[in-house]
Design a protein around this ligand. Structure first.
Ligand SMILES: NC(=O)C1=CN([C@@H]2O[C@H](COP(=O)(O)OP(=O)(O)OC[C@H]3O[C@@H](n4cnc5c(N)ncnc54)[C@H](OP(=O)(O)O)[C@@H]3O)[C@@H](O)[C@H]2O)C=CC1
Ligand SMILES: Nc1nc(=O)c2c([nH]1)NC[C@@H]1CN(c3ccc(C(=O)N[C@@H](CCC(=O)O)C(=O)O)cc3)C=[N+]21
Length: 305
C-alpha cells in the first residue's frame, strides 16, 4: 500500500504544525529578551539516542531554539553529571535540559531526573512534574506520550469513553500515555509482560498504543477491525544483506489491512515527539519568565543583565 493511503497516520504534518507554532512563540520570546535554549545531555554512546538528538538539533534550528549538545563519556560519575546539571539549573541562559535515556547502569536515572530543576524539566520527568498529569494539568507532559495522544486526536475519534489499550508501562512512555488518556475521558487498560493475554485485551481496543521494543509483537489477529493503532516502538533491524532499518512494534503490513488508522515507523510518532520537546521548551520558558517577572519586576532579562 502506498504511504499516501489515508490509513497511515503520518507524523510529519502534525510535527510541522507544532514547529510552526513554536517558531512564532520562540521569535517573540527572543525579541522580548528571553532567547530559548535547549541543552541535551548524552552519557556514553547509544544508537537510538543519536537519531533522536540529530532530529532535535535539526528541528530546534527550524523552530528558532538554540540547541547545545553535551556528550559526556560513559565513565562519567553520577556526581559529575549532577554537578553539570546544577550548573545548568543556575545558568539563566539555559531554558530546558533533557537527559537522553538510557544512561549507563552506574548512574541512577531517577536521582538524575530529580536533579533537573522542575522549571527546566522539558520532558516532565521530575517527580514533581510527572505528578501534574495525575492532577489533569497536561500542558507539559513526557514528549513521546504527548506525541502519541496527539496522533490519536488526529483521527477525530472522540476520546470520551473510548476503549483504549496501552501495551507497555514504562515511566517515560506507557504510564504517562495512560494518565493523559484518562484525563481525556478514555477507559484505559494497561498491559505489560505479566499480562496473561495481551491479545485478548488488545482485540477489544478502539485505540491500541504499543510501546514495548519488540518488532512485530502486534499481529493482525490482535487488532479489532477499524481500530486506530499507535506504534511507538523504534527498533533497529539488520537485514540479510547487512543493511539496517527502523521498524516499530507492530506488524504493519498485516495490521494495516485490519486497522482504520496506523502510525508508520519511521515517520509516525518519532517526528511528533521531537516537536513536542520543542513545544515543552517554550512552556518551560514561559514559566521561568513568569517567575522572573514576579521576582525582578522587569519583562526583559537581557536588558536587565
Ligand atoms: N517514538 C519515540 O519517540 C520513542 C520510542 N521509544 C520506543 O518505544 C519502545 C518502548 O520504549 P520504553 O517504554 O522506553 O521501553 P522499556 O523497555 O522501558 O519498557 C518496555 C515495556 O514493555 C513491557 N513489555 C515487555 N515485554 C512485553 C510483552 N511481551 N508484552 C507486553 N508488554 C511487554 C515491559 O513490561 P515490564 O516492565 O513489566 O517488563 C515495559 O513496561 C522502544 O522500542 C523504544 O525505542 C521510546 C521512547 C521514545
Ligand atoms: N530522555 C529520553 N526521552 C526520549 O523520548 C527518548 C530518549 N531519552 N532516548 C531515546 C528514545 C528514542 N526516541 C526517539 C524519538 C524520535 C525519533 C525520531 O525522530 N524518529 C524519526 C526519524 C527516524 C530516522 O531519521 O531514521 C522517525 O521515527 O521517523 C527517534 C527516537 C526518543 N527517546
Amino acid at each position: 500500500m502506498p504511504l499516501d493511503d489515508t490509513r497511515y497516520l503520518k507524523g510529519g504534518p502534525v510535527a510541522a504544525r507544532i514547529i510552526a507554532e513554536v517558531r512564532a512563540a520562540a521569535e517573540k520570546a527572543r525579541e522580548e529578551g528571553f532567547p530559548p535554549k535547549l541543552v541535551s545531555i548524552t552519557v556514553g554512546d547509544v544508537d537510538a539516542v543519536d537519531v533522536y538528538v540529530r532530529n532535535q538539533r535539526a528541528k530546534a534550528g527550524k523552530a528558532g531554539i538554540d540547541f547545545e549538545e553535551r556528550r559526556l563519556p560513559a565513565e562519567t560519575t553520577a556526581g559529575e553529571l549532577e554537578a553539570a546539571i546544577h550548573g545548568m539549573n543556575a545558568d539563566p541562559r539555559v531554558t530546558g535540559i533533557i537527559i537522553q535515556r538510557p544512561v549507563p547502569v552506574h548512574i541512577p536515572i531517577k536521582a538524575i531526573q530529580a536533579a533537573i530543576h522542575p522549571l527546566k524539566d522539558v520532558e516532565g520527568m521530575h517527580p514533581a512534574s510527572i505528578g501534574n498529569i495525575v492532577y489533569n494539568q497536561l500542558d507539559l507532559a513526557p514528549c513521546t506520550a504527548a506525541a502519541s495522544v496527539e496522533l490519536l486526536k488526529e483521527t477525530g475519534m472522540d476520546l470520551k469513553g473510548l476503549e483504549v489499550v496501552v501495551v507497555g508501562h514504562s515511566e517515560i512512555v506507557g504510564k504517562p500515555i495512560a494518565f493523559l488518556l484518562m484525563s481525556e475521558g478514555a477507559t484505559v487498560t494497561v498491559c505489560h509482560h505479566m499480562t496473561r493475554s495481551v491479545a485478548a485485551h488488545a482485540r477489544r481496543a478502539d485505540a491500541l498504543f504499543v510501546a514495548v521494543g519488540k518488532p512485530r509483537l502486534i499481529k493482525a489477529d490482535m487488532v479489532k477491525p477499524g481500530a486506530a493503532v499507535i506504534d511507538i516502538g523504534i527498533n533497529s533491524e539488520t537485514l540479510p544483506d547487512g543493511s539496517t532499518r527502523i521498524v516499530g512494534d507492530v506488524d504493519t503490513d498485516s495490521v494495516k489491512e485490519v486497522a482504520s488508522w496506523i502510525t508508520p515507523v519511521p515517520g509516525g510518532v518519532g517526528p511528533v515527539t521531537v516537536s513536542i520537546l520543542l513545544r515543552n521548551t517554550m512552556v518551560a520558558l514561559n514559566r521561568q519568565r513568569a517567575l522572573y517577572e514576579a521576582t525582578y519586576g522587569t519583562s526583559n532579562r537581557i536588558a536587565a543583565e
